[in-house]
Design a protein around this ligand. Structure first.
Ligand code: SAM
Length: 388
């Protein structure tokens, strides 16, 4: 059974302050962490007034200057332009971790199946219904790579899918593969920024982001865009790299932990990392913002809330169904397998031919293993539903 975590209050701070793409020094905020691990869906309740104050703090710590953002985006686009071809050649069209049963013995041939399992596990964690009346009909794939998830999901649900990536090479290849598979009328790709998505509000009933969140220099804006493009009743599935949650006694990561993350940031074009708790908090706060801006609460709801003496935002958040889980153990065999494939003659020569950015990323792969082993890096899934 999958375990999920519900967070009631959180610490929020900039977690990799010396990262090359972060201009801000660490700012520590109100720290009060309470985590309850449960095995099923849990509802999350937070206090409205303190959460909006903390929200402002998240925004401040996540800011990355425009110049830094542009430099980062350029680096990401070039990294994937250069490396997507060799990845596809060796690993196929999914550029994400596989999902494995903990401690299972893993055959090399199992890795592609494990990547599909990752998609299925994510859908199942989000309780996405197999009931045909409730299947998603329109999907956005935020940070789509060469479109593996978009095509898989479009085929599975018979839905449309729109993918966005920063890499022109990826967008072109993703479309070519969709056309070749007869999906050209259902699936489309374009170069666009996840922080400024070219879609109207409420367009998609499944918002999918598989391992792109770690590249986003403004997590608040990222989460805000995911929430904005989700249709009422739609599901958001966010699978991403995080650093560990801080302990109640901690104000920041340890210096050696920051140092390790910095090295990974440089190689993979990542800005500051955040924790799973930070993402959950952002989703919760985002709901509150939506609530405020649309005058969501009708007067009778406010009256009822007052009558029964609980904060009105409980009514809203109970419907959010925010769930999170740590799948680090389930992805453990992945990086060793990638390193093994890079050490074959084909892998080695392809990496060298792809240029310096790909070489740098390949050299950083053992650092990911080190991060996981130290419990610093967490492979997180966070899902929620936008209220109807
Ligand atoms: C590791 S790949 C994951 C690809 C894909 N989700 C998959 O599972 O195969 C990361 C993707 O995130 C995209 N990305 C990173 N930052 C982005 C941004 N600001 N806007 C849109 N896409 C972004 C990259 O272009 C790349 O396609």
């Amino acid at each position: 059974m999958l375990s999920s975590t519900c967070y009631s209050t959180f610490s929020i701070q900039s977690l990799n302050p010396t990262c090359p793409f972060t201009l801000h020094k660490p700012q520590i905020h109100n720290i009060s962490i309470s985590q309850i691990t449960r095995t099923r869906i849990l509802t999350c309740i937070i206090n409205n007034s303190t959460s909006s104050k903390r929200m402002a703090s998240v925004a401040a710590t996540n800011e990355v200057g425009v110049e830094d953002q542009n430099e980062l985006k350029k680096g990401i686009a070039e990294l994937y332009d250069d490396s997507s071809g060799i990845w596809e050649d060796i690993w196929g069209d999914h550029m994400h971790h596989g999902y494995y049963e903990p401690q299972s013995s893993v055959e090399l041939s199992d890795h592609r199946a494990a990547q599909i399992r990752m998609i299925e596990q994510a859908l199942s964690f989000a309780s996405l219904s197999e009931d045909s009346a409730k299947k998603p009909t329109s999907i956005v794939d935020v940070g789509c790579g060469i479109g593996g998830s978009s095509r898989y999901l479009a085929k599975k649900y018979g839905s449309t899918a729109e993918g966005i990536t920063l890499s022109p090479v990826q967008a072109q290849r993703a479309q070519a593969l969709a056309d070749a598979q007869g999906l050209g009328d259902k699936v489309s790709f374009q170069v666009a920024d996840a922080l400024n998505q070219p879609f109207p509000d409420g367009k998609f009933d499944l918002v999918w982001s598989m391992e792109s969140g770690e590249h986003m220099p403004n997590k608040e804006k990222f989460v805000g865009e995911l929430a904005r493009v989700a249709a009422p009743g739609g599901t958001i599935i966010l699978v991403t790299w995080c650093h560990r949650d801080l302990l109640p006694s901690e104000e920041s990561l340890l210096p050696e932990e920051k140092e390790l993350l910095n090295k990974i940031c440089k190689a993979f074009y990542l800005p500051a990392w955040c924790s799973t708790a930070d993402y959950v908090k952002l989703l919760q706060s985002n709901s509150l913002q939506v609530t405020n801006s649309t005058n969501y609460y009708p007067l009778d709801i406010l009256f009822l809330a007052k009558l029964f003496s609980f904060p009105a935002n409980r009514l809203w958040l109970i419907w959010q169904d925010i769930k999170a889980a740590d799948w680090s153990e389930n992805v453990a065999p992945f990086w060793p397998a990638v390193i093994k494939s890079a050490l074959t003659w084909k892998g080695f020569t392809s990496v060298i031919r792809s240029g310096w950015k790909t070489i740098k990323a390949a050299l950083a792969m053992p650092l990911m293993i080190e991060g996981y082993k130290k419990g610093l890096i967490k492979f997180a899934i966070i899902t929620c539903q936008k209220p109807e």
